[in-house]
Design a protein around this ligand. Sequence first.
Ligand code: ADP
Ligand code: MG
Ligand code: MG
Length: 206
Amino acid sequence: MTRLKDALDHIAEAVIKQRDLLDRLDSIGDSDHGTNMARGFTAAMEELERLNDLSSTKVVFETVGTAFAESIGGASGPLYATAFLRAAAACDENTTFNVENVEKLLNAAVEGVKRRGHSDAGEKTMLDVLIPVHKCFTPEEAKDKTLYQCIEAAVKAAKDGLDYTKTIPAKKGRASYIGERSIGHEDPGAMSSLIMVRELFNFLKY
Ligand code: ADP
Ligand code: MG
Ligand code: MG
């Protein structure tokens, strides 16, 4: 699946470009989310370069998850690592991307983050983007839609999720230390999740 590697390359480049924005949004925490994500994606792409065989979706996701786990110290490292590793576990060597398979791997990723983070929707985290994104691929929402149309809907859902994080206080992570004063600010992890979904869409569009 070299196309998956190409998509991840595109996403990695876009996230790395937004390092300063993500660090700035993390002023409600400790101002390192962009730095953390840039480190994670740089490590992940280096590991993927080293892989001789990119044919297995499972192995590609495992490689990214392991690189995140090993390279990032902050909360987002283990959480995104869990997301990629759980997505990998929901795939096999031959998994291709259709609505049903993407629903399965996103469900595994979301459930993994919830469990690892002891967190859920409405706490001003990446989950406020990832949960609505997953919903776009469920049978009710995806009815009569192509995969591409689902991804397009997911970008909209991700933007709405990010906007929502602005209206609520942080209940998890470092931003929870400032509680109510975090209202009015977008969550940096919600923004990095939005960037990933948006750039997947942009990659497929062009
Ligand atoms: P740290 O907070 O350790 O410096 P980062 O700044 O890289 O790590 O990541 C912060 C982001 O991680 C937050 O914006 C939020 O989206 C996400 N996050 C933090 N704690 C949790 C949690 N328990 N569950 C889900 N997401 C979380
Ligand atoms: Mg931080
Ligand atoms: Mg930190």
